[in-house]
Design a protein around this ligand. Structure first.
Ligand code: NAD
Length: 372
């Protein structure tokens, strides 16, 4: 393992493209800064909202937390008090639509079980609000299309919470893969999984829309797309689920898939609800760049192999977290009048491939994907 100085030298000597990308702001040239911090209403006060997202507003330049939506009065009371949200800005699912009358809410952030994403995104747009929606965007292509259409009709932006697009090591990996230093990319391996706890909505198909693929395998899929910058043209998948395990009566456990990209790159992807994985590797003709963990909340570790020598790469400390960068990006996109980097179209592309992966596993054959 190399020390920080050596790692940095490796980065600077060999991977200039990567450093440039790292220095790039969240938006490319032409981005306007919002005149004020835009207000977010968080819908669904579960683990991700309360433990990961809400504490991040403190690090935001363009976003602030202004409202809460929950079906549990005790949570509204507790988090309302903790974050200084007045009673007038606390909503439940019945009076949710009255957010239209609250000028302190610019953006609604949907952090609910997957099958509720479409309904609350569409209701938020109809109430005249921009929307940030968690991944997976919804549970079907049809729902994704309805969400895009509702936001477009309302003249509002729609962004999907793909936080890795704002995480410095992932951005660096993209730049390195593109730099040519490893030769043309040949193979990507991407593995994501965890051991799912029983008795939760993720294991109930009506709420989750599917198993590991919808929840965690989507990180393998999305990574192959951002690491190649290409859209896959063919998919082949295989599922393995122990239906005697009480966790897997309605959703899949493991579903691995291969993707073929137009340039000839192949991707081998793991998606699991019964084993822990968080890694990817992009291998070219001259070496590879790999990360483990790759898409975690923090603590990314990157290695590169060039001409047989393996180095660990440590990037300069970035004070802004991926969460704060994601929260700030939507206000910037709104002020700039551009599509967010992870727009509804991005979520829809993943969902089209997810549907094809399920079809491939069910029909035991390769599925051709058409560019859309
Ligand atoms: P969670 O179970 O902790 O929270 C879900 C919330 O929805 C709870 O507050 C629950 O009360 C509420 N809810 C409302 N109606 C419900 C119903 N009918 N059944 C169950 N819950 C209901 O889940 P979570 O881990 O916070 O996940 C929420 C969303 O965030 C999911 O779409 C998930 O994919 C996404 N997520 C994203 C990341 C990420 O890193 N981007 C991480 C975790 C979760």
């Amino acid at each position: 393992m190399t020390d920080y100085k050596t790692s940095r030298r490796v980065v600077m000597a060999g991977f200039g493209t990567g450093l440039t990308a790292l220095a790039m702001p969240a938006l490319a040239s032409g981005d306007a800064q919002p005149a004020r911090k835009l207000g977010y209403a968080i819908v669904g006060l579960g683990y991700y909202a309360t433990q990961q997202i809400m504490p991040q507003f403190v690090g935001c330049e363009h976003a602030r937390l202004t409202a809460l939506v929950s079906g549990t009065p005790e949570k509204l009371e507790r988090y309302g008090a903790q974050y200084g949200i007045p009673k007038t800005h606390r909503y439940n699912y019945s009076n949710f639509d009255s957010i239209r009358d609250n000028p302190d809410i610019d953006i609604v952030y949907v952090v609910l079980p997957n099958s509720m994403h479409a309904e609350y995104t569409i209701r938020a747009a109809q109430a005249g609000k921009h929307v940030m929606c968690e991944k997976p965007m919804a549970v079907s292509v049809a729902e994704c299309e309805a969400m895009i259409s509702a936001c477009s009709k309302a003249g509002k932006k729609l962004m999907i919470g793909y936080r890795c697009h704002f995480e410095p090591y992932n951005l660096h990996a993209i730049a390195l893969a593109k730099s040519g230093d490893f030769g043309p990319t040949r193979i990507i391996t991407a593995e994501h999984g965890f051991n799912a706890k029983p008795d939760q909505w993720r294991l109930e198909r009506p709420l989750s829309g599917g198993g590991s693929l919808m929840d965690i395998g989507i990180y393998s899929l999305n990574a192959t797309r951002y690491l190649t910058g290409e859209e896959p043209v063919e998919v082949m998948a295989m599922e393995s689920t122990d239906r005697s395990d009480p966790r897997f009566t309605s959703v899949e456990d493991r579903i691995d898939f291969m993707l073929r990209f137009p340039s000839g790159i192949l991707a081998n992807c793991v998606s699991s609800y019964s084993s822990n994985h968080n890694a990817y590797r992009v291998t070219g003709t001259k070496g590879w760049v790999g990360m483990e963990p790759a898409t975690s909340y923090s603590g990314q570790r990157m290695s590169v192999n060039l001409q047989g020598e393996i180095h660990q790469v440590t990037l300069p400390f970035s004070p802004k977290t991926q969460f704060a960068a994601q929260l700030d990006h939507l206000p910037q996109a709104i002020a700039s009048g551009i599509e967010p980097r992870t727009s509804g179209a991005e979520g829809l592309r993943d969902m089209r491939i997810i549907e094809a992966i399920y079809r491939s596993a069910a029909e035991r054959r390769a599925i051709t994907l058409t560019a859309k």
